[in-house]
Write a protein that binds this ligand. Structure first.
Ligand code: C5P
Length: 218
């Protein structure tokens, strides 16, 4: 742990709130409802664009945009990020910390595990695992096994953004969390271990109260 936190910036690169500026954020989930949405330019218009896991832009620019200022991933869903993209890392097991240390440790530059650079170490931000517990307890009433990546990111965005606009959330007509960039092989996956319906309704509720905007896609 100590070693990892020596490598990372001591203070996360989060813009502080100021009365004269509005930090606009697009939280972009991976729902299939982005397909054909033409949200690309609208998403790119935000100061902060947060994508997650295997969410990608190449080939889908018209619907999802091109800009990624922040990307959330886990060791299991890691991709190689651009040098200007912040990695938002949500560890929830010890091996996640070890994995990140192996990837970023300059002393291990030539090790096999480090052969592919995953992120600019100066732009890595680690979320305290206690936040996952908080979201599960306070936002989801402990429904499901744990919050989805998308919902965690959404809850975080309410803290680091002044204006939150949500894209790419919502199951397909069979209730599955299908992605815009692939066809699900499993027809009965639904929303996995996550309380997908409740998460969706919570975002909808905040939208109805005009606290956020929820773009439901196509
Ligand atoms: O599937 P993945 O976890 O990579 O997708 C990122 C997030 O987008 C999910 O955690 C979920 O919150 C949201 N999502 C969704 N509806 C889908 C697919 C993903 O709400 N059809």
């Amino acid at each position: 742990m100590d070693k990892l936190f020596q490598i990372l910036p001591p203070v996360p690169d989060v813009l502080e709130p100021r009365p004269h500026r509005c930090r606009t954020c697009a939280v972009v989930g991976n729902s299939v409802n982005l397909k054909g949405s033409h949200y690309g330019p609208l998403i790119d218009f935000h100061d902060i664009v947060i994508r997650m896991n295997r969410g990608r832009t190449t080939g889908y620019e018209a619907d999802v945009g091109t800009k990624t200022t922040h990307h959330v991933f886990y060791p299991e869903s890691a991709t190689s990020l651009a040098n200007t993209t912040h990695l938002l890392f949500f560890p929830f097991k010890i091996s996640d910390f070890l994995w990140l240390l192996n990837k970023l440790d300059p002393d291990r530059e030539d090790s096999a595990v480090n052969s592919k650079r995953i992120a600019n170490k100066d732009l890595v931000m680690i979320l305290n695992p206690a936040f996952m517990r908080y979201v599960h307890d306070a936002w989801l009433g402990q429904r499901g096994y744990y919050p989805s990546t998308g919902f965690l990111t959404f809850a975080l965005s309410l803290l680091i953004c002044d204006e939150v606009n949500v894209f790419g959330f919502g199951a397909d007509s069979d209730g599955n969390w299908n992605h815009y960039y692939e066809q699900h092989k499993y027809k009965d996956l639904k929303t996995g271990a996550h309380p997908g319906t409740f998460e969706y309704q919570t975002i909808e509720k905040l939208h109805k109260r005009q606290m956020i905007e929820f773009f439901k896609g196509w």
